[in-house]
Design a protein around this ligand. Structure first.
Ligand SMILES: [Zn+2]
Ligand SMILES: [Zn+2]
Length: 138
């Protein structure tokens, strides 16, 4: 189900033209756009939309659990509409490509004594490497 379809089904969030322009951009697989990129693409549909509106809308979508915020490396945050299926990320350190992947069945575990009394809720894994194109370049 696409983000836009999920949002249409909600009755607690009015799908204004601006919100539709932002959400419409976040569709498909392996989509991890920066706010700037979302802004650029949303302007194609709604030329007057501001970067501030894009940020506000993205933050609301993240708070609603409809969009994931992905932080990788030291670059800007990326926004990912793929919340239906739990997934990990595969990142190319050469060109910053970011793909959705599923990890093997065994989630990484802390070594003995490393939990510091925490009850662990979640693990985020980013696999990093060089994509085929970057391997050819190096
Ligand atoms: Zn690459
Ligand atoms: Zn993702």
């Amino acid at each position: 189900v696409s983000l836009l379809e999920r949002l249409r089904a909600r009755d607690d969030w009015r799908l204004t033209a601006q919100r539709r322009a932002v959400a419409g951009v976040l569709r498909g697989d392996h989509v991890h756009l920066t706010a700037d990129a979302v802004h650029e693409l949303a302007r194609a549909e709604l030329p007057e939309i501001s970067l501030a509106t894009v940020y506000n809308t993205l933050n609301e979508l993240v708070a609603m659990g409809e969009v994931l915020e992905v932080a990788v490396g030291d670059g800007p945050k990326r926004y990912d509409p793929n919340v239906d299926v739990a997934h990990n990320h595969l990142r190319c350190v050469g060109c910053d490509e970011l793909l959705d992947v599923r990890a093997g069945a065994n989630r990484p575990k802390l070594a003995a004594g490393q939990a510091h009394g925490y009850r662990i809720l979640d693990v985020e894994v980013i696999f990093q490497g060089l994509c085929p194109a970057c391997q050819r370049r190096s």
